[in-house]
Design a protein around this ligand. Structure first.
Ligand code: ATP
Ligand code: MG
Length: 424
């Protein structure tokens, strides 16, 4: 026998019993986004590899080790998107969306990174990505962060996530800092972990968030980015903090928060939870004022963030914060017993749907005896079974049987069934 075909490692099926939580989460987030005037944009999953190496940075982990890149039949180098921002910027430039206007945009869907699969880290994962263009002040940074706080509030997560904040300064101040950092770290090069040693020349700022204990000790004595900040970034950060303070949004300034993508400058932030183990960042973002120009547009200020849907779903489930109504449970199960009864029952159920358009009604198709059908009705989670047999058809009634209470079943006309169900 041939080998059973299987999904690719790290790429998960999201099964019917899991999708209600996904839909709930996505629905809540979309509803909040709409109230802040964010508009959805849908962009391709595949782009030119050059977009990502130029946008995200060729020295980053993502581009260096994690991208799914291939030649198409034409010989063009393409990549599955590892994140959405570069694609959204490409879209905005291509369609003239940044010219003399601000944009508040969001997009969502699968992202692909060749990482070691583990809890909260997959090779195909999903993000909701939110981006604001054409606004350079700390006000929009603050509004974005307030909006994320509202997501958590809506989802009941507020007490389970904390906000970490930092500023990376402008490109110039960062490159002055970079030199100082490399000079300091070079003295300890032999003691650094292997990844950090490699990053010393390609992406030294990333060494700041190394998880290696020995590297961390060395990093503790390194020059601080804060001491190299330019006045403009310092002022931007101070104002952001002031707005957040006034709004009562708690945060922790984390001077080693640097983020894994080259395009960030000034504000960076992460929402972190202690409830998911090592993969604790559920939402991360910051400002990327240089990205549009880097990808060929006119300079346009930009700030945004991405949320990992798998991690948020995992968090809601772990903390048992999924509301009871979020399930595949149907309201009513239709049981039709006897020769030809279902043929008559189907149009009847359509009339029921006309009168009760939000009700979830599951009709037993494919036959079976009363007992077997009632068993299926019970498994569907329905509160009521509507039983139709030859007797009911002859009498012009439907038997309604409560499945979750001990109440007795009763025959009702279709009009009374509608009234009965409306009253529930
Ligand atoms: P991490 O430090 O956890 O690798 P990152 O800095 O690479 O995260 P971003 O590129 O900022 O992550 O993506 C934003 C969010 O997307 C993360 O905070 C996380 O919630 C989620 N995410 C990133 N990579 C993965 C992955 N491989 N699997 C599942 N979720 C992910
Ligand atoms: Mg990563």
């Amino acid at each position: 026998m041939s080998k059973q075909l299987q999904a690719i490692r790290g790429m998960n099926d999201i099964l019917p019993e899991q999708t209600p939580v996904w839909q709930y989460l996505e629905h809540q987030v979309r509803a909040v986004l709409a109230t802040y005037g964010y508009q959805e944009v849908r962009i391709p999953v595949v782009e030119s590899s050059a977009l990502f190496s130029r946008g995200i940075g060729s020295g980053t982990d993502i581009v260096e080790k994690e991208m799914y890149t291939f030649d198409d039949r034409n010989g063009d180098k393409l990549s599955l998107r590892p994140e959405a921002t570069a694609g959204v910027v490409r879209t905005g430039i291509e369609h003239g969306m940044f010219y003399n206007q601000v944009q508040r945009l969001w997009t969502s869907g699968p992202m692909f990174r060749y990482e070691r699969p583990q809890k909260g880290r997959y090779r195909q994962f999903h993000q909701i990505s939110v981006e604001a263009y054409g606004m350079d002040g700390p006000d929009i940074d603050a509004e974005l962060i307030m909006m994320t706080a509202r997501f958590w509030q809506r989802l009941g997560l507020s007490e389970h996530v904390t906000l970490e904040l930092n500023t990376l300064g402008t490109l110039e101040s960062r490159s002055r800092y970079r030199s100082a950092l490399v000079e300091y770290l070079s003295d300890y090069a032999a003691e650094l972990d292997e990844d950090s040693r490699r990053r010393l020349t390609i992406n030294p700022l990333r060494i700041l968030d190394s998880k290696d204990p020995n590297t961390r000790k060395i990093v503790a004595g390194a020059p601080a980015l804060a001491d190299y900040l330019d006045d403009e970034s310092r002022e931007h950060f101070a104002q952001l903090r002031q707005i957040l303070d006034d709004a009562g949004i708690a945060y922790q300034v984390n001077p080693t928060l640097v983020r894994g993508l080259d395009y960030y400058g000034k504000t960076v932030f992460e929402w972190v939870t202690q409830s998911l183990g090592a993969q604790g960042t559920v939402c991360a973002g910051g400002r990327y004022d240089t990205l549009v120009e880097l990808l060929g547009g006119k300079p346009v200020a930009a700030v945004g963030f991405a949320m990992g849907i798998e991690r948020l779903v995992l968090l809601l489930e772990t903390l048992q914060l999924v509301p009871e109504h979020v399930s595949n449970r149907v309201d009513v199960a239709v049981v039709a017993v006897g020769d030809g009864v279902l043929h008559k029952a189907l149009p009847l159920v359509e009339r029921l749907r006309d009168s009760l358009p939000t009700l979830k009604i599951l009709t037993n198709c494919g036959g079976g005896g009363l007992k077997a059908q009632l068993k299926r009705a019970d498994r569907s989670g329905a509160a009521y079974a509507l039983i139709l047999g030859e007797d009911e058809l002859a009498a012009g009634v439907v038997t309604i049987k409560p499945l979750r209470t001990g109440e007795a079943q009763q025959p009702l006309s279709l009009a009374d069934v509608v009234k009965f169900l409306q009253a529930q």
